[in-house]
Design a protein around this ligand. Structure first.
Ligand SMILES: Nc1ncnc2c1ncn2[C@@H]1O[C@H](COP(=O)(O)OP(=O)(O)OP(=O)(O)O)[C@@H](O)[C@H]1O
Ligand SMILES: [Mg+2]
Length: 338
């Protein structure tokens, strides 16, 4: 196992008080595997990634265990974590323009982590940067290396970001909405590149996205988050064919289908509860068309419903057998916009 996340909780200070942003988040990533994290805005996807990388706001309280290649990195000091970031684990963000420094050449920026984490000579670094640019499919690498970010297109900038992240051959690559800012054609090319890199390097990838199309394209396994908790996890085909949690079913229904306008896909029933106002039982109960009394008062635990498929929902307690058989035929009426 490459990454093992166990019962990770995160509290952040908001308006003078601590709020629990993540609540006992657990999942794992294997080598050569792409794991998607999906969920509506504010569910804690980015905070999960930032917790793994320890890029958290001041006064954050992080609990639980995070293991990278069997090393308990959650016990590392901030200083020791600097040696992990950009080296064993890298992260790519949504907006390449704000993440790149406009004052530095492409080459200088990619070189930075080589300077920090390797003892390569200047010449060796330049050679390596040119190879990285080639690896991420950028043309005329030997000229590009001396150009500035503003001279490049959005897709090229995102490839530069990927090259930066790949510079030290990380074991784990975390991508937070890496293609959201790109147009559809460029998005498809970047996803293809990510698939290619994964095959070549066998690294593990965490792909955070609100786009289920992206999930279908690149993910092997998916984690569905709702209001700071994991509510379902399954291999990608299984999740698409056989979603269990009413929230996941709702997400699936919100995928626009050809010929159907997005507005016609259903109504938004409520919003994600804020960390200050978490319901006592299942956090989704208020919005769930199948909610029972128990859902309002008791927190459902992750339950195995099939091999490699788990969900936290009171409909599936008792070894994965639905408690309420009638509920099985009912389609949830909720749909969500992400
Ligand atoms: N710096 C911060 N301080 C306090 N709370 C924060 C901070 N950043 C985010 N939050 C809160 O943490 C929760 C989770 O946010 P997060 O950014 O992880 O959501 P997300 O799933 O990535 O959403 P999106 O799809 O919009 O990116 C939200 O309630 C958000 O308001
Ligand atoms: Mg986010």
């Amino acid at each position: 196992m490459l990454l093992d996340v166990k019962d990770v909780s995160l509290s952040l200070k908001r308006e003078g008080k601590y709020s629990k942003i993540l609540d006992q988040v657990s999942f794992h990533v294997n080598n050569g595997e792409t794991v998607g994290i999906v969920g509506e805005s504010g569910c804690g996807k980015s905070m999960t990634a930032l917790s793994l990388m320890r890029l958290l706001p001041d006064k954050a309280k992080l609990d639980g265990e995070i293991r990278l290649e069997d090393e308990l990195i959650s016990s590392y000091s901030n200083r020791k974590m600097q040696k992990i970031r950009g080296n064993q684990a890298s992260m790519i963000f949504q907006d390449p323009l704000t993440s790149l420094n406009p004052l530095h050449t492409v080459g200088k920026q990619i070189e930075e982590s080589l300077l920090l984490h390797t003892s390569l000579s200047k010449q060796e670094r330049r050679k390596r940067v040119i190879k990285l640019l080639n690896d991420v499919g950028l043309p005329r690498a030997d000229e590009l290396i001396d150009e500035y970010p503003h001279q490049l297109s959005g897709g090229m900038r995102q490839r530069i970001m990927i090259a930066m992240a790949m510079a030290c051959e990380p074991k784990l690559l975390i991508c937070d909405e890496p293609t959201t800012a790109l147009d559809v054609t460029v998005q498809a090319q970047i996803l293809e590149l990510m698939n290619e890199l994964k095959e070549r390097t066998r690294m593990g990838i965490i792909m955070i996205t609100h786009d289920l199309g992206v999930v279908a394209e690149v993910c092997d396994r998916v984690i569905v988050m709702y209001a700071g908790k994991v509510v379902e996890t399954a291999p990608v085909e299984e999740l698409f064919e056989n979603p269990k949690h009413p929230y996941t079913k709702g997400l699936m229904q919100s995928i626009p289908k050809l010929g159907i306008r997005k507005q016609m896909l259903g109504s938004i029933a409520g919003t994600v509860p804020s960390p200050e106002n978490m319901p006592a039982g299942c956090r989704f109960a208020d919005r769930c068309s199948q909610a029972m009394d128990v859902c309002k008062t008791n927190v459902p635990q992750m339950t195995q419903v099939k091999k490699n498929h788990k969900t936290a929902c009171w409909l599936y307690e008792n070894k994965g057998v639905k408690k309420d058989a009638a509920a099985g035929s009912e389609q949830p009426k909720t749909a969500f916009y992400l």
